[in-house]
Ligand binder design. Structure first.
Ligand code: FES
Ligand SMILES: [Fe+2]
Length: 432
């Protein structure tokens, strides 16, 4: 396929997109350059690196990165590549180090990426400029932190992070305000898994309220019948008593940023059921001590179920977690799911958040596995020759524009996915 601007624009329409977006390796490579290489990408939460020397490794598109806390207390995002001959320097998922030492020839780097020392320095002649910054583990061009959420851009020419987040920023505010100490903690651990499917399947799904009553039937209906996963297997287990009918989703708010691709779905009714337990009461008291009764009630009012931050992160307020999407290949994606704990909340409450997420969104969980199976089936079915298109037409005639020109709608619409593909087209069409 020739990937000129005309071809790219022929692939994305307001309510349908071409199946090659999920299947073509060249388009995938272009996405890594033009979407992951030219926009703000979520890197990690600063609570993952609380002490100097703490680091995690991750990627933005195909670029290997390290997020580290340096001795100056600041969080840095640097390329995970040695300035000598390019080896990946930090090979672990996370750790703590006084210096980063390359395994190949022993060069060392400070935890802000600066070159620390060249092994056997005397062997280099007078022509060698050890002050060349390219010899370090260079910092990415732009890094910004919004209430603990660290984003980076591989491209210098991007608007401010706050401008990029726009209305979606409120989802971070609503979450962080619920922590009695005003900070969240993502350091409880992480669920990591791969699925055989394109990264956009997961991004679309995070704000897809249409699939919930069907793919997660066992988790949302009293009868608890799960969709058949194997030949002859017709019944699943009843795991929840939350009420089922699809119409319960019809009143949810839907919002999608047509310029930036972010989107959210309004809260679900189950979020309105505050637990009547001494632990929860202690939590409310801690919030009231900080904010007063009136503001606490406002903070605790559920507003959003799930927010997608285009292109690689989602924040779910119900089964509390942050999900990071790491594309691997056109048909393979890695997912990291971090439980959220509230700093200042009772220990038992935070422990219950982590336990609950194990049940809903671990690699062996009840809910996440429903989605992963659907992604796998989509990826295999998309190459069938019955159609060239994937459809996002639900509610297209009733999308309304808000004050910022973004789309608002309600219910089980595909407004958020339309917004994602409007952003896809904008980023993919910009050649330089
Ligand atoms: S490649 Fe890192 S020290 Fe040579
Ligand atoms: Fe789902």
């Amino acid at each position: 396929m020739r990937l000129d601007p005309e071809t790219i624009s022929s692939l994305v329409h307001r309510d349908h997109v071409h199946r090659s977006l999920y299947l073509d390796p060249e388009l995938f490579d272009l996405e890594m350059d033009r979407i992951f290489g030219r926009s703000w990408i979520y890197i990690g939460h600063d609570s993952l690196v609380p002490k100097p020397g703490d680091y995690i490794t991750t990627r933005a598109g195909k670029q290997p990165l390290v997020m580290s806390r340096h001795t100056d207390g600041q969080v840095y995002v640097i390329f995970n590549s040695c300035g000598h001959r390019g080896a990946v320097v930090c090979n672990e998922d996370k750790g703590n180090a006084a210096l980063f030492r390359c395994c190949y020839h022993g060069w060392t780097f400070k935890t802000n990426g600066d070159l620390d020392a060249i092994a056997m320095r005397r062997g280099y002649g007078a022509s060698f400029n050890a002050d060349n910054p390219a010899l370090g583990m260079r910092r990415v061009p732009r890094v910004a932190n919004y209430r603990g959420f660290v984003f980076a851009s591989l491209c210098e020419r991007v608007p401010s992070l706050e401008e990029h987040l726009g209305t979606a920023r409120c989802s971070i505010d609503e979450l962080v305000d619920r922590a009695p100490d005003g900070e969240i903690d993502l350091g409880a651990g992480v669920h990591k898994y791969m699925f055989r499917g394109n990264w956009k399947l997961q991004l679309e799904n995070t704000v897809d309220m249409y699939h919930v009553p069907f793919s997660h039937e066992s988790s949302v209906s009293r009868s608890g019948r799960q969709f058949s996963r194997g030949s002859g297997q017709n019944a699943g287990s009843a795991i929840s008593d939350r009420g089922s009918a699809a119409q319960r989703w019809e009143l949810r708010v839907a919002w999608g940023s047509r310029s930036n691709g972010h989107g959210y779905a309004g809260h679900q009714p189950v979020a309105e059921q505050a637990p009547d337990t001494p632990t929860y009461k202690a939590y409310v008291s801690a919030l009231e001590a900080r904010h007063g009764k009136e503001r606490t009630q406002e903070i605790l009012q559920p507003k959003r179920h799930n927010t997608a931050f285009y292109p690689n992160m989602s924040l779910q307020a119900l089964n509390q977690h942050i999900r990071v999407i790491l594309p691997v290949a056109v048909d393979r994606t890695e997912i990291h799911v971090y439980p959220i704990r509230y700093k200042g909340a009772p220990q038992e409450m935070n422990a219950s958040f982590v336990r609950h997420l194990n049940l809903t969104h671990s690699a062996a969980s009840l809910i996440q596995t429903d989605d992963l199976e659907c992604f796998r089936r989509c990826q295999s079915g998309l190459s069938a020759q019955n159609s060239d298109w994937v459809w996002f037409a639900r509610g297209v005639d009733i999308d309304q524009a808000d004050a910022h020109g973004d789309w608002v709608n309600h219910g089980t619409v595909e407004t958020q996915q339309r917004a994602q593909y409007a952003a896809w087209l904008r980023l993919m069409s910009a050649e330089a």
